[in-house]
Structure formats: structure tokens, C-alpha cells
Write a protein that binds this ligand. Structure first.
Ligand code: EPU
Length: 363
């Protein structure tokens, strides 16, 4: 096992924050993990699993042993009547997997094109875009328990997927899984810092239908005079839409949306409309209302503002960016990012009575 010491993490997080891992170990296979856990001292030491670094804010050097996931491989595992079951290693790049599935003729992931990060990180926050979430195409995953060394398989229900949420974002006994309408749900063992995802399997429908209905995609259909787009066309449009409004993390450090879109009751929504009738909101199937966090932040005047080198992106107020270079030492610090984030939360709360919840994991 090759333990690397004092490893700069700037290239390993898409915010490009300068920080170091005291010790980093690259994990290319399950047997690397078994070797690590065979040592009682290493088994007991705190660990931090690093995927593509596209959903973390580093606020200092990482003292826990950093396990950099580099488990590769992708292929068709099997076919059922209804779906192609495709399996990919946790270290595979997400966007490359999406592009590859389309070349192979397996449609279904196209709305999630160009989301930064790795396959193994995708279930952690149940990534989603343009009407499709990972859970809609998920079959199962294999993970390794970092305490016991056991490999286990989880289906979608066991992953407890929610909006940008899963069992992997919660500590022991904090993740509630809804059992169904009317039930109070039940507690499951949270797996945060406990498990490493090894492989993810996707069920990609043999009878594919495009998922449309998002304003940005509707505009593309009109522009291209196309009523029946192919999966490849949707992939291309999603790439164009994202490139136009979201910063490329290889050029401007960022972690995508910094806050979740909050949900409120219809009564709260009426109160917010009274404060500002222009508020952007969507009715959800369960009767609640989802508010556009980007709009809330924008209407508080934050677009384009900065704290030190941390800023609010000019074209999308939901995205915080690093105004320093992606390789230089003048980059934003995690402290600046969090100071900016807290100032935004305070002003949105004071104006609308809404508490914005950050999407990335603060390390
Ligand atoms: N808006 C503003 N001002 C802004 C930003 C947005 O008025 O500065 C308004 C927009 O005009 C629009 C509404 O807010 O009416 C929603 O904006 P947008 O369509 O850009 O989507 P979003 O809700 O901000 C979510 C996801 C994105 C995903 C897109 C498309 C979350 C937290 N974000 O963004 O996911 O790509 O929808 O599906 O759910 C991510 O999670 O990192 C991410 C980029």
C-alpha cells in the first residue's frame, strides 16, 4: 500500500480550494480496501472517502485518512425484459459514463449529462437534472463497510433516496425512510463515513421515452423544430444548456448548486408571494411547493457579489464560485466560501423567512 503524505487537494476538488490531505491512499480495487482494513490501527482510524470532489467544501487540511476512489470499469451486466442493467465502477467519471451508455444504445441517463463528479458520488446526493434523478435509473449498488470490511448490496429503498439526499449523507440513525403515504417512516442506520461505494448498477429502460417538460428543454425543441427528440439530442441540448448557465469547474472552481431548493407549505408560499409576487415556485405532487433558491438569492441582490475570492456566479445565483485561479494559491478559502454562504442564508431568512440548506458536504 502506497500512503502519500501531504498531498495537495486543489486538483482533487472542483472548487479548487487549497488544502492538503495529511495521508492519502488510492483505492483501485476491493482488495486494496481489504489490505487496508487488515491492519487494526488503520481499520480504527478515521477515514474520508473522496470521489470527484465535486460536492465538497474543504475548510482546512484533512486529517482523516483520505481514500481516493479509483475503482474503474463499466459494462452491460445483464438484460431483463424491461431494462439493460449497466454496471460501473465508483471511480468512473459520471459524464463519460452517460456519453458511453448512449453510444452503446442504452438511453436513460441523458438528462443528467455533464454533471461533474464520479459514479460513486452520484448516489450519495442522488444527483439530478432536467426532470431525472439518479434514483429513477438506479438498480442497486455494492459498498464496503469500512468498520467490518464486509461488502453489501443496497437497492433503491435501502439507499433512502430523497431530493439531493441518501443514507450516505446521514450519520448512524439519522436517516428516516418514508414507508408510504400516511406512515411516519422508520429509522435506518445512516452510512456517512461508514461505507465506501464500490460499484453502481443502473436499470436503463428498453422502452425509452424522453423526459421533457423543463422550460429550457422546451425552448430547445422549438429552436430545433423538433417534437420527438432522440436521447442523443437531449444529451446535446442538456450539455448546451448547462454550458450556457453553469461555470465549467475546470475553468472556474464551483460545486454546482450550493443550496437545495427549499420546499414549503402552500400557506408559506402565499406569505412569500405577498412579500414578492415574482417568486419562482413549482407545485409538487405531495401538495407542497418548491421554491427556486437561485431566485431567492438573486432577489436579495447577491448575484455577482463576493467575500474575498468566493463569489456568487453572475449567471446563476445558486452557484458559488472561486474567483481565484484553479491552480494558483490565490484561490478562495473554504472559510471565505462558508462566510459568503452564511451571509446569503441570513439575508434570505431575513427577507423571506426561509432557511436555505447547503447541498455540498462541508469538510
Ligand atoms: N433564477 C433566478 N436567478 C438566478 C438563478 C435562477 O431568477 O440567479 C430562477 C430561474 O430563472 C428559474 C429558476 O430560478 O426560473 C430555477 O433556475 P434553474 O432552472 O436554473 O434551476 P435550479 O432550480 O436553480 C436545479 C438543480 C440543478 C439542475 C437544474 C436543472 C438544485 C439545487 N439544482 O437548479 O442541479 O441542473 O435544476 O434541472 O436542485 C446541482 O445540483 O448542482 C445542479 C446544478
Amino acid at each position: 500500500m502506497l500512503f502519500e503524505k501531504n498531498v495537495p487537494l486543489q486538483a482533487f476538488n472542483t472548487f479548487h480550494i487549497v488544502a492538503k490531505a495529511h495521508t492519502l491512499l488510492r483505492i483501485a480495487s476491493e482488495s486494496d480496501l481489504h489490505r487496508l482494513l487488515a491492519d487494526p490501527e488503520l481499520r480504527a482510524s478515521p477515514k474520508f472517502v473522496l470521489g470527484g470532489g465535486s460536492n465538497i467544501v474543504l475548510t482546512g487540511d484533512v486529517k482523516a485518512l483520505v481514500l481516493k476512489v479509483e475503482i474503474m470499469g463499466r459494462g452491460l451486466l445483464m438484460e431483463t425484459d424491461k431494462a439493460f442493467i449497466v454496471e460501473a465502477g465508483a471511480g468512473e467519471n459520471w459524464h463519460e459514463l452517460v456519453a458511453w451508455t448512449l453510444v452503446q444504445g442504452y438511453a436513460g441517463l441523458e438528462n443528467m449529462a455533464l454533471i461533474p463528479g464520479t459514479v460513486g458520488a452520484a448516489p450519495v446526493q442522488n444527483i439530478g437534472a432536467y426532470g431525472v434523478e439518479l434514483q429513477d435509473r438506479f438498480d442497486s449498488l455494492d459498498a464496503l463497510d469500512l468498520q467490518t470490511g464486509q461488502v453489501f448490496t443496497l437497492n433503491a429503498a435501502q439507499c433512502a433516496f430523497g431530493y439531493r439526499d441518501s443514507v450516505f449523507k446521514h450519520g448512524a440513525a439519522t436517516a428516516a425512510v418514508p414507508d408510504g403515504p400516511g406512515s411516519g417512516g422508520h429509522q435506518v442506520l445512516g452510512l456517512k463515513d461508514r461505507a465506501m461505494i464500490l460499484r453502481v448498477r443502473f436499470a436503463l429502460p428498453k422502452t425509452w421515452k424522453p423526459v421533457l417538460g423543463y422550460a429550457d428543454l422546451d425552448k430547445k425543441m422549438v429552436e430545433h423544430q423538433c417534437v420527438n427528440p432522440t436521447a442523443q439530442q437531449i444529451f446535446d441540448w442538456v450539455c448546451e444548456i448547462r454550458r450556457a448557465k453553469l461555470p465549467d469547474p475546470q475553468v472556474i472552481g464551483n460545486v454546482g448548486s450550493f443550496f437545495k431548493n427549499p420546499t414549503v407549505t402552500p400557506e408559506q408560499c402565499v406569505d412569500i408571494i405577498a412579500r414578492d409576487p415574482k417568486v419562482v415556485y413549482y407545485h409538487l405532487a405531495d401538495g407542497r411547493v418548491k421554491l427556486a433558491a437561485g431566485w431567492l438569492i438573486d432577489s436579495c441582490g447577491w448575484r455577482g457579489k463576493s467575500v474575498g475570492q468566493a463569489g456568487v456566479y453572475e449567471k446563476q445565483a445558486l452557484v458559488l464560485v472561486n474567483r481565484g485561479g484553479v491552480t494558483s494559491a490565490d484561490s478562495a478559502t473554504g472559510g471565505e466560501v462558508m462566510t459568503l454562504a452564511r451571509a446569503i442564508q441570513t439575508s434570505v431568512y431575513e427577507r423571506f423567512g426561509i432557511r436555505l440548506e447547503p447541498e455540498p458536504v462541508v469538510v
